[in-house]
Ligand binder design. Structure first.
Ligand SMILES: [Zn+2]
Length: 273
């Protein structure tokens, strides 16, 4: 459970902010090894105004304690820069010396959580304009340990801070869109092999029993038989599956095919008139 200390021990000594908060500066304290947040609060509380001029931030934070030592509507002397002091809220991530990476990263996380809360309060988003490093304002190694841990460049450290703060602001960094698959082209329906009928009128008189089908193939179901002595008046024929089939509309209204000639041998199964 994180302890919260809300005690403006710095008494507004740097004056009231004029205008809007521009953003936040996340520092590394580089203080006494392992100094606790409570010890910072005590020390600042005992300082004279003159001593406070040496510098203080609005917040001192580690993984166990969040202390606000100055109201955020007041300035703080945390950047050695007029713009930084007047317009940005300062956060000291404590114990940047003398604790494990794990503990220091946890101290950072507690800080990001507080930063997220304040940015929300001031209606700001976390981005490279609002999340700043001390070293952007003046020549300093601050934030020295975050710098070592998060890429050693202004933007890599800031982008890490921003992503972590966004986590607490409920902002998810949009992932690059997955490669968009073009919609599958609808395949044309597989047409039954087109049967190319050739128009030709005539009468077929089989001299043997021949098959009548609705599809002119050997495998197709045989619908009927046309026997010797019978005939059909056809309107067309088709060459299919090794045979010539004469074609006509059957009494049931469907197109029928009567097997009439073996293409290979040329042998007809009847006569045509
Ligand atoms: Zn700093």
């Amino acid at each position: 459970m994180v302890k919260v200390i809300n005690n403006a021990v710095c008494r507004g000594v740097a004056g009231k902010r004029i205008g809007n908060v521009k953003g936040v500066v996340i520092h590394n304290d580089a203080g006494a090894i392992g100094a606790t947040v409570e010890s910072y609060v005590k020390r600042l509380e005992s300082m004279t105004n003159k001593q406070l001029e040496n510098g203080f931030a609005h917040y001192y934070i580690d993984r166990n304690t969040v202390a606000r030592v100055e109201d955020t509507y007041n300035k703080a002397w945390h950047t050695a820069n007029q713009d930084g002091n007047a317009n940005y809220i300062g956060y000291e991530v404590c114990q940047s010396l003398g604790v494990s990476d794990k503990d220091f990263l946890a101290n950072e996380q507690a800080t990001f959580k507080q930063v997220a809360e304040d940015l929300k309060f001031y209606g700001l988003k976390a981005n490279r304009d609002t999340v700043r490093l001390h070293r952007e304002f003046v020549a300093t190694a601050c934030p020295h340990r975050s710098w070592e841990l998060h890429g050693k460049s202004i933007n890599s450290v800031k982008d890490y801070f921003i992503a972590q703060i966004n986590k607490y602001m409920g902002v998810t960094t949009p992932k690059p869109p997955a490669a968009i698959k073009p919609p599958a082209k609808p395949k044309p329906p597989v047409k039954p092999q087109e049967i190319k009928r050739v128009a030709e009128k005539g009468t077929f008189y089989p001299n043997t029993a021949v098959a009548i089908k609705h599809t002119p193939t050997i495998k197709a179901k045989q619908e009927a038989t046309l026997g010797k002595g019978e005939s059909v008046i056809y309107d067309s024929y088709v060459k299919s599956d090794g045979y010539v089939w004469v074609s006509y509309i059957r009494n049931n209204g469907k197109r029928g095919y009567a097997c009439s000639r073996d293409i290979k041998t040329g042998k007809a199964f009847g006569t045509f008139k």
